[in-house]
Design a protein around this ligand. Structure first.
Ligand SMILES: Cc1cc2nc3c(=O)[nH]c(=O)nc-3n(C[C@H](O)[C@H](O)[C@H](O)COP(=O)(O)OP(=O)(O)OC[C@H]3O[C@@H](n4cnc5c(N)ncnc54)[C@H](O)[C@@H]3O)c2cc1C
Length: 463
């Protein structure tokens, strides 16, 4: 029998094999062109995940686990001949306990769907990537995704108590559990967080939840130069303020957002900082006043604020769609937007942003900047023609130059989008920079313990 008929006998009604059905699974949200997989399987239970993996392991067939397919680094792109395992039919929120502050969810639950369920209980799951409408719990665990609320709540790793995961040989295991504390040897739950589908397939997770914030006010502080904006963020942190979000957009990103018709900024300025403050209703106007004075001292040219629920929601959604909005500013069909993703300590932002600005100017390339600036995360979005090899070389040079700036300021070459296909060289460079190349050997050793045949998402993260 062929692979497809074998898989159909393991998973009746859960296999896609027609060319047109496979095409969407050959790509993700990155600019990479992928290969058609041999088949796509859609299991409904961890038993089915186990049966497929066991079969593929026996036959030596590579498997790429997939959630929403929103990876920006090519992490969910299949190698030729691979089976893509989509977790999208495993989309149940199995239980929520407000008392224990924990939810038990299947890996294919989308983040927005989880938060809709939790909102009814006055709760939320804090990690909130811009892609939350499509990204899944399994996907954000495997990329250790961040998003808008990291400045207050940290990244996905801070919210995962335990997972059920299936090894390539079909063994089903539970790491961690539903309690807030658990010290049972090496922390294998954390090892899976950020492993980009290279160690095991995550089928279920215990995630921490929190009460939704009370009243929220948003400040929009406009700046004429990027260094002042960086100074303002460092000042906010130094003053001990704990904003819910601290995001920035440059003029090109503001225009892109406006072009979608979802939001119009009151002021036309080169940069805007969005700062959400929360607390008891009666305290909000004082918080806004205090923050406004600080931002003015740091160089904000104009400041507005709002507590209007509809406006807060519209702009939040528009900010989450910033990358998609930028895609509309491409000059030709061949143009792609490569999203950069570095992170630095917030105290270094003025210097880092100044350096990035001068690299942009000297390279003469088209770049739009936005990011989760409160945690030092900068996304430099580079527009370029994929088919033009000299443009591609300039973009690669730009990319490595800003990665270098991040390293020199104590930062990292990848903040939240992971390594995938895109950053394998930069990953090596970061460890070389820290004189810790041996860490790469340790990672390879871990990979071979979990997946001795090297069949899970091959060709990603490590060479
Ligand atoms: C418009 C847009 C905005 C974005 N904004 C953000 C942002 O603000 N912050 C951020 O961090 N990222 C952001 N991203 C990147 C992306 O959404 C995240 O990386 C997200 O975590 C991916 O989730 P997913 O379900 O789509 O995973 P996929 O893309 O399907 O997979 C990502 C990786 O996880 C693996 N994987 C998926 N599910 C499993 C599983 N169950 N078991 C094992 N491995 C698995 C895959 O093999 C792959 O390596 C954005 C992307 C887009 C397109």
């Amino acid at each position: 029998m062929g692979i497809v008929s074998d898989l159909e006998s393991i998973l009746p009604g859960g296999v896609l094999s027609a060319r047109e059905e496979l095409i969407p699974y050959s790509r993700d949200a990155s600019h990479y062109d992928g290969e058609l997989p041999a088949a796509v399987v859609l299991p409904r239970t961890s038993g089915e995940v186990s049966a497929v993996l066991k079969y593929c392991s026996g036959k030596g067939i590579p498997v790429v686990a997939r959630g929403g397919g929103t990876s920006l680094t090519g992490a969910s792109i299949p190698v030729p001949g691979a089976v893509v395992m989509s977790l999208m039919r495993m989309d149940r929120v199995m239980s929520v306990s407000v008392e224990d502050r924990v939810a038990e969810v299947q890996a294919g639950v989308r983040i927005d769907a989880l938060n809709r369920r939790l909102a009814g209980l006055g709760q939320m799951f804090p990690p909130d990537p811009g892609s939350s409408i499509a990204a899944t719990v399994g996907g954000i665990i495997n990329t250790n995704a961040g998003g808008l609320r990291c400045v207050r709540y940290g990244t996905t790793k801070d919210w995962i108590l335990g997972v059920e995961a299936v090894l390539m040989d079909g063994t089903v295991l539970q790491f961690g559990n539903r309690t807030l504390k658990s010290r049972i040897g090496y922390d294998l739950t954390s090892l899976l967080v950020g492993s980009e589908g290279t160690l095991a397939v995550v089928t279920r997770a215990y995630v921490k939840i929190v009460s939704k914030p009370q009243a929220v006010a948003r400040l929009l502080a406009y700046f004429s130069d990027i260094e002042s904006l960086g100074r303002a963020v460092a000042d906010v942190k130094a003053a001990g303020m704990e904003p819910l979000i601290a995001e920035y957009l440059d003029g090109m990103t503001m225009k892109a957002v406006e072009s979608t018709g979802t939001y119009k900024f009151a002021v036309c300025a080169p940069y805007v900082l969005l700062l959400d403050l929360d607390g008891p209703e009666e305290a909000l106007s004082r918080y806004v006043q205090e923050a406004s004075s600080l931002l003015r001292r740091s160089g904000a040219t104009e400041i507005s604020s709002t507590t209007d629920r509809a406006e807060l929601d519209t702009l939040y959604t528009a900010r989450k769609g910033a990358y998609s909005s930028l895609l509309k500013l491409r000059r030709s069909e061949r143009d792609v937007v490569l999203i950069g993703d570095i992170v630095v300590p917030p105290s270094t932002l003025p210097a880092v942003l100044r350096s990035i600005n001068s690299i942009v100017e000297s390279e003469g390339i088209r770049v739009a900047l936005f990011g989760h600036i409160g945690d030092g995360n900068i996304h430099a979005n580079i527009f370029f023609d994929q088919g033009d090899s000299s443009e591609r070389a300039r973009v690669e040079h730009f990319h490595s130059s800003i990665a270098r700036v991040a390293l020199e300021h104590g930062g990292s070459v990848s903040a939240e989008h992971g390594i995938g296909l895109e950053k394998m060289e930069l990953l090596r460079e970061e460890y070389r920079y820290r004189r810790s190349e041996k860490a790469l050997e340790l990672m390879k050793g871990i990979k071979s313990v979990f997946d001795p045949k090297g069949l899970l998402n091959p060709g990603k993260v490590l060479h």
